[in-house]
Ligand binder design. Structure first.
Ligand code: SAM
Length: 251
């Protein structure tokens, strides 16, 4: 077969591949489209959602997670639940930035080593987390994260190994806590620290509660067995769960 014929076959092959990929893309964007929640549309029509949050929504690779943060923040504000916000597991501050933009007036505590995982925490891991090393998430630093928030005085950085840094916030009450630390030890320590300091009606959101993160799941399950509340699953991309602290009966 001569070269011209080969090139012709190759071109047809590539064209066919492009057509198949195009059809697949169209099919997925129709059948797996994520709709905006009615309440989000209503509030954005009222111009109650700032443009930068709408931009974050458009760029988000997990919109359900974003909407969940928004619903929880709206609920906390509406119900008048007082307390600071916190995140354990910040890295470069992506989810922290979202939380801050949703409630810019709340004090936000950011806990991280800002140098990646702590080796003794890693050594007790099984499952996907056992493939992590101290190098993962180490390419960040507290100063850069602080600068990302414009050195806003109500964003407080707690740099170092958790729970050592917990004492810096031991007198605080929290309304919303986001835990994204992936491993058994920090999640166990985080739940033990934040839950007693969570205001009634406040929420702890734990990211990555899936079979892949065995240690994290175990830490959550062990903790939930010791409290009256149940876990609420969020059907977002990587599986978040929430603990909503019971409120006392009115009166
Ligand atoms: C998955 S990343 C967080 C991602 C982040 N929420 C974001 O939006 O990109 C996990 C983070 O948890 C932090 N971390 C894990 N164990 C920790 C511990 N014991 N103390 C403090 N930080 C810890 C790591 O340093 C890492 O930055």
């Amino acid at each position: 077969m001569d070269t011209a014929l080969w090139i012709q076959y190759l071109t047809y092959g590539l064209l066919l591949l492009l057509i198949v990929l195009g059809i697949r893309f169209l099919w997925l964007s129709i059948t797996q489209r994520i709709h905006h929640p009615e309440q989000w549309i209503f509030r954005s029509q009222q111009r109650k959602i700032p443009d930068d949050l709408l931009a974050l929504e458009r760029r988000s690779d997990d919109r359900i997670r974003l909407y969940n943060f928004w619903f929880q923040t709206e609920r906390i504000i509406k119900e008048g639940i007082t307390g600071d916000f916190a995140e354990l597991g910040v890295y470069k501050g992506d989810s922290a930035w979202l939380i801050h933009r949703l409630a810019p007036d709340r004090t936000l505590h950011l806990f991280d080593t800002f140098a990646g995982f702590y080796q003794p925490d890693l050594s007790m891991e099984t499952g996907e987390a056992s493939t992590y090393t101290w190098r993962d998430f180490a390419d960040t630093d507290a100063g850069a994260v602080k600068a990302r928030f414009g050195n806003t005085p109500n964003v407080l950085i707690h740099e170092g190994w958790f729970p050592d840094t917990a004492e810096e916030a031991e007198d605080c009450t929290f309304a919303l806590v986001h835990m994204d630390a992936d491993l058994y030890q920090p999640v166990k320590a985080g739940l033990a620290f934040f839950y007693p300091r969570l205001a009634p009606g406040g929420v702890i959101i734990v990211h990555d509660y899936t079979h892949k993160w065995e240690g994290l799941m175990r830490a959550v399950d062990e903790f939930v067995a010791s409290i009256p509340e149940c876990l609420v699953h969020v059907p977002d991309r990587f599986g978040s769960v929430m603990i909503l602290k019971n409120k006392p009966l009115p009166g």
